[in-house]
Design a protein around this ligand. Structure first.
Ligand SMILES: NC(=O)c1ccc[n+]([C@@H]2O[C@H](COP(=O)([O-])OP(=O)(O)OC[C@H]3O[C@@H](n4cnc5c(N)ncnc54)[C@H](O)[C@@H]3O)[C@@H](O)[C@H]2O)c1
Ligand SMILES: O=CCCC(=O)C(=O)O
Length: 485
């Protein structure tokens, strides 16, 4: 029997167990009987210690040049790259995505670190001519101070790093609260920063419950900025707590992303995109496709292609090379997805295939669901309005492209949206009229580029942008300097 490791928090440059000694477990969703590790169940005492360490580290870290801070990020990138297989394997064991996807995400984390390491050498202000000819006026940027990063389990490397890397390069110190479902993965990422020699207190990891540690961060008077990614319900609570005490906050939340198939679309490409966007990572991406809106002229032909291709998807343990679709990340998500499949049938949608646990005996102990496709989906149904965050696609029929865009906009969310068409006028109309932060033509709804602004509209976001050079807007404040001799 393989021994199960105990994992700790990382506070003030030291690996520390939770002060009250409470621990819990991280479980493999491919086999609920497999414990990945014993992880901290931290309390506010642990959080206070981390926030104090982050505040103590602020002055020295801020004094470093951008290039000086970037040197640590380059080192962390090299170490993470060296440990890519180990981190990817741990990610798969903790949240179920296939090993290929997990390693791809880890490589993306390496690229994010290197991108922001380079940002330390970019300009941070402008010279603006003053009306007084004897004066010199310019802008510069200063860090917020201590930033709290609250991150989800579905991209346990890429999302924390697209928050932590810009926070650090622009001179902030960080307290990071990862999702407990992927706590061991977060420890491995933290080890890379530790090995890179990041000064103590600059980055701190506190593993614990959402209410206790996440909300504790949002409420903490020693934290000047909160960057949150997660569900709308939690995001609202985090944002309200930060706003109540005047802290800066950014929230990136749910999606209900459509792909529109126009009458002139390449149906094979569109079907492949719907499957990749809807079922990769078991549909557990904020940018995942969940609604497939097809213009009626090509509906039956497209539907048949989609069903035929989906029926060949292989479900299994993400560590197996033959697996295309892994388990849901945890039992809560598994039950949520099964609940939406029930409600889809109860509301009158027709389940064309999938939506059940697989029959294979060797998969009985995992949170597996076969990929599901509904048709006859009305826009008012729960499966058309609410984020499912699982391997479920809802087919909807539109009379024409204008109605398809109207249906696509008929939700509270606005994160990502795709259109498959060969017509430039249709593409331009979609770009103009689709209310989403990511608008993609002949490309699936998922697939975020680290160098470009990322974020949602409507209820998907608090309307700042992450990633690329856009990240500087959240993690710094602008100072306008007016100087006379
Ligand atoms: N828009 C994006 O960029 C994006 C990216 C990934 C995931 N998501 C969203 O995240 C959700 C799935 O991730 P999840 O299940 O980890 O989300 P979640 O909201 O349950 O948890 C997100 C983080 O918040 C913490 N948390 C939980 N309860 C809290 C509370 N009361 N106060 C403060 N923090 C709390 C969690 O421990 C975790 O670290 C989906 O809705 C998905 O759309 C959005
Ligand atoms: O889960 C949200 C992030 C989505 C993402 O990174 C992608 O689509 O690549």
């Amino acid at each position: 029997m393989e021994s199960i490791n105990n994992y700790s928090n990382y506070i003030g440059g030291a690996w520390l167990p939770p002060q009250r000694g409470q621990m819990t477990i991280s479980v493999n969703p491919a086999n609920r009987n497999e414990v990945v590790g014993n992880i901290p169940l931290s309390t506010r005492d642990d959080l206070d210690k981390a926030v104090t360490a982050a505040n103590d580290a602020r002055a020295a870290w801020r004094k470093l040049s951008g290039a000086g801070r970037g040197a640590f990020l380059y080192k962390a990138a090299d170490i993470l790259e060296r440990r890519l297989d180990e981190v990817g394997r741990t990610m798969t064991r903790e949240m179920g995505k296939t090993l290929a996807e997990a390693k791809g995400e880890t490589a993306r984390g390496v690229a994010i670190l290197r991108y922001y390491a380079g940002e330390g050498m970019r300009k941070i202000g402008d010279v603006i001519p003053a009306s007084d000819a004897d004066a010199f006026m310019f802008t510069t940027r200063v860090p917020l101070g201590v930033v709290g990063a609250i991150t989800p389990w579905n991209f346990p490397v890429a999302i924390p790093l697209w928050k932590i890397a810009p926070a650090l390069i622009y001179g902030n110190t960080v307290v990071w609260k990862p999702a407990s479902e992927t706590a061991v993965t977060s420890v491995l990422v933290m080890e890379c920063f530790h090995e890179a020699g990041l000064p103590e207190g600059v980055l701190n990891l506190v593993i614990g419950g959402g209410k206790e540690i996440g909300q504790g961060l949002a409420e903490h008077p020693g934290v000047q900025g909160i960057t949150f990614t997660g569900s709308n319900a939690v995001g609202k609570s985090v944002g309200q707590a930060a706003f109540a005490r005047g802290a800066k906050y950014q929230l990136e939340m749910g999606g209900k992303n459509p792909i529109i198939v126009a009458a002139d679309a390449d149906l094979d490409l569109a079907a492949d995109a719907a499957i990749s966007g809807g079922f990769k990572s078991t549909g557990q991406k904020c940018t995942a496709t969940s609604r497939v809106i097809v213009v009626k002229d090509v509906y039956e032909a497209f539907r048949d292609k989609l069903v035929e291709k989906t029926a060949s998807i292989r479900v299994g343990n993400g560590l197996s090379e033959t697996t295309w679709l892994g388990p849901c990340a945890n039992e809560k998500q598994y039950e949520t997805v099964l609940g939406y499949i029930r409600s889809g049938k109860e509301e009158g949608a027709k389940l064309l295939l999938g939506g059940t646990p697989p029959e294979e005996e060797e998969l009985r102990d995992g949170f597996y669901i076969t990929p599901a496709i509904f048709e006859d989906v009305d826009s008012r149904m729960a499966i058309a309005q609410e984020e499912i965050f699982g391997p479920v696609l809802s087919l909807m029929k539109a009379a024409d492209l204008p109605e398809a865009i109207r249906l696509a906009n008929d939700v509270q969310f606005g994160l990502s949206a795709s259109l498959y068409t060969k017509d430039i006028a249709s593409a331009l109309a979609f770009v103009q009229e689709m209310d989403a932060g990511l608008v993609r033509i002949n490309a699936e709804t998922a697939g975020v580029e680290l160098q470009a602004p990322f974020g949602g509209m409507k209820d998907s976001s608090s309307h700042s942008r992450e990633q690329g050079q856009a990240a500087i807007e959240f993690f710094t404040s602008i100072k306008t300097v007016f100087m006379k001799p």
